[in-house]
Ligand binder design. Structure first.
Ligand code: CTP
Length: 403
């Protein structure tokens, strides 16, 4: 199975099993993957950077600063461009540092800043592997969503026999291939996501708007896409780039957003309305710029159509409909009422009382309520991580519908 165009970063820590990574790099390069090797300082005692640089056809990074060129090895960029970070062999020491967020070498800094999936393949002596602290660290890493490539059973470098051997290169390759070719839970599903604010025209140069940045909705579109859904993003005016492989339909007003969402609704399996739609719009739009006069100016407003309520009335049993609620008081009660009134499967509650949650920032803190009244509280996270949580709830709901 080809790994063409896959950027794989391998982080090697200091274990005798590091020699196996030379074969792994060869196998990956043969499958056309782009391999970038990082090494901890100790790893270089077990295998030379030159061997790995030759096999991967790229310089190997170990320090923050490249001593030969004097350039900075940017760990953020390494993590951002990768499709996968594999830490192999992962020693007990590196596992512990990963589990607790230590950051005293380039590999760990790359791990902490990586946004891509992370696999780790432990290698150590059997007593170290079975020590409760190592086992707890592994569980902690699994809880973070990292993927374990379990160690094998056999003769260890110490002469002992048991569990703790680094998985063989062929097996690691196979797990990487399975990971990239796994069936995605939302493959074949269509999703509609609304995002951003709406602008309600007062005259040709003025409008009523709100502070929504669209970041949450864009992150949800991207999260659903990465689970395999084909996503249409109906977006109000924002400054955000279109997420990869998402089709975008720009609108300005609540009326235009209603028309666009209604158009895609029937063919969508998943509908997430995260847009901050204006509840009121000027009764009349002046055809010319309104000139300044003495006294106050009053603008009469009329109610817009509630898009979510309109869609909720048409919802079928195969669709997953998700709405948002931004509340300042009686939060849970108001959100639960909204969920029922709008006939939703889930409502995502943002509380204005939570620090770090809200429109413009990069973080959010949510509570998700389902139609059975179950409540899930989440911690403050980046909007992309919040979006991943929402997307996995949706994937589970779609899975239950189809089973
Ligand atoms: N919404 C919508 N169309 C509108 C107004 C809101 O589709 N005209 C959607 C939003 O996208 C969001 C949900 O309804 O998913 C809740 O929006 P919110 O403004 O919190 O609730 P409202 O129903 O407008 O109630 P209120 O403003 O009274 O809290």
């Amino acid at each position: 199975m080809s790994l063409k165009d896959k950027n794989i970063v391998i982080g090697i820590s200091g274990s005798i099993a590091a020699y196996k990574i030379a074969s792994l790099v060869r196998l990956l390069v043969k499958e056309e993957a782009c391999v970038q090797v990082l090494m901890t300082p100790d790893a270089k005692e077990f295998i030379t950077p030159l061997t790995l640089a030759t096999l991967s056809k790229r310089p190997v990074f170990s320090d923050y600063i490249d001593r030969h060129t004097g350039t900075w090895n940017n760990h953020v960029e390494l993590g951002l461009n990768a499709d996968l970070l594999l830490v192999a062999p992962a020693t007990a020491n590196t596992l512990s540092k990963m589990a607790y967020g230590s950051c005293d070498n380039l590999l760990l800094a790359t791990y902490l800043s990586a946004r891509c999936p992370v696999m780790f393949a432990p290698a150590m002596d059997l007593d170290m592997w079975f020590h409760p602290s190592t086992q707890e660290n592994v569980k902690r890493l699994l809880r973070f969503g990292n993927i374990l490539i379990a160690p094998g059973n056999g003769e260890l470098a110490s002469g002992l026999v048991g569990e703790g051997r680094l998985a063989e290169p062929e097996e690691i390759l196979q797990q990487i291939q399975q990971f990239f070719y796994r069936p995605l839970p939302l493959a074949g599903k269509k999703a509609l996501v609304s995002a951003g604010p709406t602008h309600e025209a007062i005259d040709p140069v003025r409008f009523i708007g709100n502070h929504s940045s669209g970041k949450m909705g864009y992150a949800i579109a991207s999260a659903l896409q990465s689970l395999g859904a084909s996503v249409t993003l109906v977006s109000g005016p924002t400054h955000l780039p279109t997420p990869q492989k998402v089709s975008r339909h720009d609108v300005t007003s609540a009326q235009e957003m209603l028309a666009a969402c209604s158009m895609y609704f029937d063919v969508s399996d998943i509908i997430v309305m995260s847009a901050a739609v204006a509840d009121y719009t000027p009764l009349k739009v002046a055809s010319q710029k309104i000139k300044k006069k003495d006294g106050n100016l009053e603008i009469a407003l009329k109610k817009t159509t509630d898009i979510l309520t309109t869609l909720g009335k048409k919802k079928t049993a195969n669709q997953t409909l998700v709405g948002f609620a931004l509340e300042t008081e009686n939060e849970l009660q108001n959100a639960q009422d909204k969920l029922k009134r709008k006939n939703l499967d889930y409502i995502v509650l943002n509380s204005m009382q939570d620090e770090g949650a809200g429109f413009a920032g990069d973080t959010n803190k949510i509570t998700v309520i389902d139609s059975k009244g179950q409540i899930q509280h989440f911690e403050l996270k980046s909007k992309q991580k919040v979006a991943d949580d929402i997307a996995s709830i949706i994937a589970a709901h779609q899975g239950a519908i189809n089973s």
